[in-house]
Design a protein around this ligand. Structure first.
Ligand SMILES: Nc1ncnc2c1ncn2[C@@H]1O[C@H](COP(=O)(O)OP(=O)(O)OP(=O)(O)O)[C@@H](O)[C@H]1O
Length: 624
C-alpha cells in the first residue's frame, strides 16, 4: 500500500511573477497572453474590456486593474501609458498595488456588483444603464475618462492580439475570431495609404457607430454619473471626446502612424459597436486554452504534446515504508498498542534504520528527507527509554525532564508533541509538554509547575528563556537522558546556533543525543562535534542523486503577468476543486494586505476560504 506522508499540496503564488524555489524543477512554464473571461462574468464592469498582458512596440506592458478615475496621477504613470513591464514593477510600490486592489475590492463589495453572475443579469443591467443615461446624454454630458480608457484598452487588446500571436504556440496561432476579423481589416488598411480614404472610412464607420456608441458610452457615463465623477464638458459631444482620445495618443505616442490611428479607430469602433460577443468568444477560447494549460500543469489531464514529469524522479516507489513491521522489533507492548492505534503497521525506511541503533543506546546522526517519519523515529525509542526508568516520585520538588526535543519552529514542536501524545496513549505515567515562542511565558511556567512532564518539546529561543527565567528549570534539565535536535539543518539555518550551544551546555554530558536532518552541511557537522559522542552512527537514508524535495510533492511553476495573476489563480483553484472535493490549498501572497484582499475576492467568488487573520486573532484571544 502506498502511503502519502504529505498531503498532495500545491503551492501557488499569485503575486510573484517568478515563483521559484531552489529545489523546484521548472517542469513546465505557462505564459499566457490572452484575456480571461472568468472574472468578466463575475465582475462585468470591472474587467470586461481589460485585455491582459498586451504588448506595445514588441515590449510587454502592464495595466492596472484599478478603474478609479478620481486618483490623481501624473501622466507618466497614467494607466493608459504603455509601460515596460520591468519599469512598472520597479516604480510601483506594493503599497500602491495594495491601495488599488483595495479600491477594486471595495467596489466589488458594493451592491451594484452583486448578483450579476449571469448573462441575463448583465443584459438587464446594461439595459438599465442605457435607459438611465440616454437622458443624461441629451443634456450633453461629455464622455467619461472611463470611456476613453476602455477604448484604449480595446486598442491595446488589438495590438496585443496581433503582436503576441505566435508566442503561445499552437494555441495562439489559432486566431481568435476577433483578431481574425480585425487583422483582416488591418491588412486592407496597410495596403491603402490614402489619408482621405482613411478619413472617409473613419467617418462612415463613425456614422455607423454613433448609435452603438451612445449605447456603450451611455452605459459608462451612467456608471460614472452614478458615482458622481463629473460630466466633462457640457455640450462638447462625441466629436470632442474623440478628439480628446486622438490627442491623448498624440501625447502618449508621437510615433503613432496613420496606420496605428486607423487601427485605433477600428478598435474604437469595435468597442463602440457593442459587438463584444466576438470579444467574449475570443476570450472564451482563450479561457479554454488557459484551463487546459492549468489542467496539464496540475496533472489533472495529460498533455498530448508534453510528457508529464514523473513524480518520483527516478521512477522508484513513492512509498517510504519498509517491509519491517513494528512488532518485529523489541518495543514494549504499551508502545506497540499506541502505534497500532495511530494506524502504523510497517516502519518507514528511516525508522527501520535508526530504531535498533537508538535502542542500543548509541548517538545517531540521521539524514532523512522531510515527511519520511523522522518524528516517530526519535520519539518511539525515547519513550521506550523513559518507560524503563524508575517512575518519578510525586513528592520531588522539581521532577526531571528525561527527553528534550528541540524543533526549529513552533509548528514542528506542536506536531512532535501531538505525535508523542498518540504514542503515549497507553503510557499514562509519561507526560509530554511543549514550550514555544509567541505564547505567554508565565502560562508555560504555570503549566510546567502543575503538570510535570518527562518529555519536553521546545523551540530553542523559548527554551533558553525558561533556562534564564524559570525557577528550577535548569535543575529539571539536569535529568535529561535523551537530547533530540530535530531538523538540525534548519535550526542552524535559522540562526539558533548560540541557543543550541547554550542548551547543550545545560544538559548532562552523560546522555544520548539524536540529531535528525534533511541535509548535512558543514554547520551540521560542526554541531555534531559538540553534541554527539565520537562513536555516533551516521545513518543516511537519502540516496545520492535524489532530489531534496519529497517525491510526492508535485511542483510546477507558471509565469504570468501581474495583471492576470488573480485570474490565473482563480482558474487553477477552480480546476483543482473540481478535481478534488477535499481540497486544501495554501496561497502565499506578498504581504498581509494582499493576502487579505485575495482572500476577500476569492470569498466573493464563493470559494471556501479560511481567513488567515481570524485564526491568529483567535489564538491571541486565547492567550496562546
Ligand atoms: N510507520 C509509519 N507508517 C505510516 N505512517 C507513518 C509512519 N511513521 C510516520 N507516519 C506518518 O507520516 C507522516 C509524516 O511523518 P513525520 O511528520 O514524522 O515525518 P518527518 O520526517 O518528521 O517530517 P517533518 O520533517 O515534516 O517533521 C505523519 O503523518 C506520520 O503520522
Amino acid at each position: 500500500m502506498v502511503i502519502k506522508f504529505i498531503p498532495h499540496l500545491r503551492v501557488l503564488s499569485p503575486s510573484l511573477p517568478v515563483t521559484g524555489f531552489p529545489s523546484m524543477k521548472p517542469a513546465r512554464t505557462i505564459c499566457f497572453n490572452g484575456s480571461i473571461p472568468v472574472l468578466n462574468r463575475v465582475f462585468p464592469f470591472k474587467l470586461k474590456f481589460l485585455g491582459l498582458s498586451p504588448r506595445f512596440n514588441g515590449k510587454l506592458i502592464t495595466r492596472s486593474l484599478s478603474t478609479r478615475p478620481s486618483r490623481p496621477r501624473s501622466r507618466a504613470s497614467s494607466e493608459f501609458t504603455p509601460k515596460i513591464r520591468g519599469d512598472v514593477r520597479a516604480s510601483k510600490s506594493l503599497i500602491e498595488d495594495e491601495a488599488e486592489l483595495s479600491d477594486w475590492v471595495g467596489e466589488l463589495r458594493t451592491d451594484s456588483f452583486r448578483g450579476r453572475l449571469t448573462s441575463e443579469d448583465e443584459e438587464l443591467d446594461a439595459d438599465r444603464q442605457r435607459n438611465r443615461v440616454r437622458s443624461s446624454d441629451r443634456k450633453g454630458n461629455g464622455v467619461s475618462v472611463k470611456w476613453r480608457r476602455e477604448s484604449e484598452f480595446d486598442n491595446f487588446r488589438e495590438s496585443s492580439k496581433r503582436e503576441t500571436r505566435g508566442n503561445f504556440g499552437d494555441s495562439i496561432s489559432r486566431k481568435s475570431r476577433f483578431s481574425k476579423r480585425f487583422g483582416g481589416e488591418l491588412e486592407d488598411k496597410d495596403s491603402d495609404d490614402d489619408g482621405e480614404e482613411d478619413d472617409e472610412s473613419y467617418s462612415s464607420r463613425k456614422s455607423r457607430g454613433v448609435k452603438r456608441e451612445n449605447t456603450k458610452m451611455d452605459s459608462w457615463r451612467g456608471k460614472r454619473n452614478e458615482r458622481g465623477l463629473g460630466s466633462g464638458n457640457a455640450g462638447s459631444g462625441r466629436r470632442m471626446d474623440l478628439g480628446r482620445k486622438s490627442n491623448f495618443h498624440e501625447e502618449e505616442d508621437t510615433d503613432a502612424s496613420e496606420e496605428e490611428k486607423g487601427r485605433e479607430m477600428k478598435g474604437l469602433e469595435n468597442f463602440l459597436s457593442g459587438e463584444d460577443s466576438d470579444i467574449n468568444a475570443a476570450a472564451e477560447d482563450d479561457y479554454i486554452i488557459l484551463r487546459k494549460k492549468a489542467s496539464y500543469a496540475l496533472g489533472l489531464e495529460k498533455d498530448a504534446d508534453q510528457t508529464v514529469t514523473p513524480r518520483s524522479s527516478q521512477g522508484k516507489s513513492e512509498s517510504y515504508l519498509s517491509e519491517t513491521r513494528f512488532d518485529q522489533i523489541s518495543i514494549s507492548p504499551l508502545s506497540l498498542k499506541g502505534i497500532k492505534d495511530a494506524g502504523y503497521e510497517k516502519m518507514t525506511v528511516v525508522q527501520e534504520a535508526t530504531l535498533p541503533v537508538i535502542l542500543k543506546g548509541k548517538d545517531v546522526l540521521a539524514k532523512a528527507k522531510t515527511g519520511t517519519g523522522k518524528t516517530v523515529a526519535f520519539l518511539l525509542p525515547s519513550i521506550e527509554i523513559v518507560s524503563k526508568l524508575p517512575p518519578v516520585d510525586h513528592d520531588v520538588k522539581r521532577p526531571p525532564i528525561h527527553v528534550l526535543v528541540i524543533c526549529p519552529t513552533r509548528e514542528l514542536a506542536i506536531q512532535a508533541a501531538s505525535e508523542a501524545k498518540k504514542l503515549l496513549k497507553y503510557h499514562p505515567s509519561i507526560g509530554v509538554q511543549v514550550v514555544i515562542g509567541g505564547t505567554r511565558l508565565a502560562l508555560e511556567q504555570k503549566n510546567l509547575q502543575a503538570n510535570p512532564c518527562q518529555i519536553l518539546v521546545a523551540t530553542p529561543g523559548r527554551l533558553r528563556d525558561h533556562l534564564e527565567n524559570t525557577a528550577g528549570f535548569a535543575t529539571k534539565l539536569m535529568g535529561v537522558k535523551v537530547l533530540v535536535l530535530d531538523e538540525a539543518d534548519r535550526l542552524l539555518a535559522m540562526g539558533f546556533r548560540k541557543d543550541i550551544e547554550r542548551i547543550i551546555a545545560a544538559v548532562p554530558k552523560q546522555r544520548q543525543t539524536l540529531l535528525f536532518s534533511a541535509t548535512v552541511p558543514e554547520e551540521v557537522h560542526q554541531i555534531c562535534h559538540i553534541a554527539l559522542r565520537r562513536d555516533h552512527e551516521f545513518i543516511n537514508t537519502v540516496q545520492e542523486g535524489t532530489e531534496d524535495t519529497h517525491s510526492l510533492v508535485r511542483q510546477v511553476h507558471m509565469v504570468a503577468p501581474l495583471d492576470m495573476q488573480f485570474s490565473l489563480l482563480y482558474v487553477l483553484l477552480k480546476e483543482h476543486i473540481a478535481d478534488d472535493v477535499d481540497y486544501k490549498v495554501l496561497v502565499f501572497c506578498t504581504t498581509a494586505m494582499v493576502t487579505k484582499l485575495v482572500a476577500d475576492v476569492l470569498r466573493e467568488l464563493n470559494l471556501n476560504v479560511r481567513d488567515p487573520f481570524k485564526k491568529i486573532t483567535e489564538l491571541q484571544n486565547k492567550g496562546i
